[in-house]
Unconditional design. Sequence first.
Length: 321
Amino acid sequence: MDNIQLLTKIATLYYKGGLNQQEIADRLGLSRQTTGRYLKRAVDLGVVVIKIQSNLEYSAELEYKLESIFGLSEVIVVTPPTDSEEAVKEALGSAGAAFLERRVQPNDIIGISWSSTVLQCAMQLSKTNPRNVTVVQLNGSMDRTSYSTRAEFIVERIAQAFDGKTLGLLTPMLVDDRSIKESFLRDSKIAATLQLANDAQLALFGVGNVSEQSSLYKTGYLDDVTLERLKSSGAVGEICGRFYDRWGNICLPEVDERTIAIELNNLKTKRISAAIAGGLNKVEAILGMLHGGFCNVLITSEETAKALLLHSGEFSKSKSK
């Protein structure tokens, strides 16, 4: 069965982006021969005629614009059937699952940060060729309320798809005092898990906003007082439980130092650092993440992508300073 989304993207990069086959292969993790076959198939299927035409759920041209402006190696844009939160997450989850199936390499360590969107990705991931992967949590996940993080399920489901093994981080994500965190980190198993998370070649994570609708608030990791303090400090987003402002700077160090998770700067060291998030309520959070340089792959919705483009001038100015 043809991967029409990938076929359309390759055709756009080749015919409109001006990239050669080797450049496309390097960007998308394919061989040059496979890229050539996709280009031929694009013509055979009529996706390439005089211009690239596609009525798919993906917008290849919008993806290319975002890649160029924000300096990302890959962007995947989906168009959900409705703009409801559930429809957006389901579409993002489907795209995220297809992305993992394409980009995970044999023996990869895959770092996962729990979120409701990453959960959708795990649920839609089909069993594929065994690749001897290890799936590890990027942040603590011990439940605090009846609203579960589902972290253990997410990690297990992704590992099962690739016939791999798992390593959970069975700690709270946020503790009451720095000394408690230090005590957790003295445990050899917890320290080894965090080290493996640091060493992961591929990271997949959600992007949270700073509101009562966020997963961290619903799971009980944020109370009203801390939420207001974060807002006052300029926090616009959260990744792996670490909060940052519109420029990607960490907010409220006294909260950050009580967080059990990888450091956000570690995400910059990975071969693939993939953020999966959509919705207009996530635009500020995604922009802050892009300013911080915490991802090189973005999976988002069409509505969100268009909003990001409206702010592209601000991003370009900040990078030229």
